[in-house]
Design a protein around this ligand. Sequence first.
Ligand code: LMR
Length: 407
Amino acid sequence: LFKNVKKLPSDALFAIKARLAVDTRSAKVDLGIGAYRDNNGKPWILPSVKRAEEIIKADPEYNHEYLNISGLEVLRKNAARIIFGDSFDLANRVVNIQSLSGTGALHVGAKLMQVLNLNERDIYFSDPTWGNHYQIFQKSGFSNTKTYPYWDAASKKLNLTGFLNTIKSAVTGSIFVLHPCAHNPTGLDPTQEQWKVILEAIKEKQHLVLFDSAYQGFATGSLSKDAYSIRLAITDILKDVPVLVCQSFAKNVGMYGERVGCFHVVLPETGYNAEDKDAIQSQLNAITRSELSTPPAYGAKIVATILSSDELYKAWSDDMITMSSRIYEMRHKLVAKLVELKTPGTWDHITTQVGMFSYTGLTEEQVARMEKEHAVYLASSGRASIAGLNDGNVEHVAYAIDEVVRH
Ligand code: LMR
């Protein structure tokens, strides 16, 4: 027993973190894992989060009791409100559960589909996608994982034709995992017009959509704009079918390690009654009870406090602008320096991409040399977390790119 166990490779993103931790070069730059850093390269506790923590701890009723199995009610309600919109019929159309951030939400979604025998269906991820998508679904019994074309390397644009052809040729009723905004890893989002065409094609083939929303607020700085594709689906194009939504608060509240999120089943406008909702809720609860017992409370209380107070909500909106505009500025500074250096190639895709990441177009060899020779760490796919750039390192990164591209 437990002999000859197959050793698996380390997680690629966390392996970067581990190599970086032991690198003694003072000029090292972390563009690996997607986590926001301030202009000094330090983790940033959002002022709205600090204030919420003070409020929670000042409450004489503050304690560390269990939450309900389905999580903190005020979090679930407000989480649904910010992603689906103030006027959406939450009471009748949403069944949800608190989850261990976005990964936990994906896992609950996968498990629910497994319970309903939907894991036999083909499941499509964007090419490329966040690497963890594959193992989350494979470990829940999805053996038919497939891809739809997304990033066109030559034009550095969306391969819309390929995407649509795959939607059309997929077996009717397949599952499509979509990134609603700030696509990870490419930073490339469909336009509003493209979303319409994509969702119409999906509707035509009766595919089931699962939105993985990990970066709401990071693409445009606006929660509602970043929820455009989801709202278009649930209020319009896919309003007659169920839609699944995974929601993470790791990035937009900057509480990476606290694991706050929600999994939502959005039901069609008609055809589902209270009993159907109760039954779905009971399945979600059973999944959580068997795996976590109850979801973690501390981070949930912080996010719930922010979302349910007008004053803190406003402060949080400002915090998101702070983060998204600093990233925007860094994209421009990096490109300006590359242009000044006359670095071979075109670099404007870095400024048109949105969210935390840029798919730089650097090759695996170039990325390896960035790390070895310049102490600049990024994913081997060429994905850079722009949030790791700051005024103190952006020029160093530009010189490093320039050097590896030329030699
Ligand atoms: C990333 O893609 O860097 C983040 O989503 C962090 C993670 O858990 O992979």
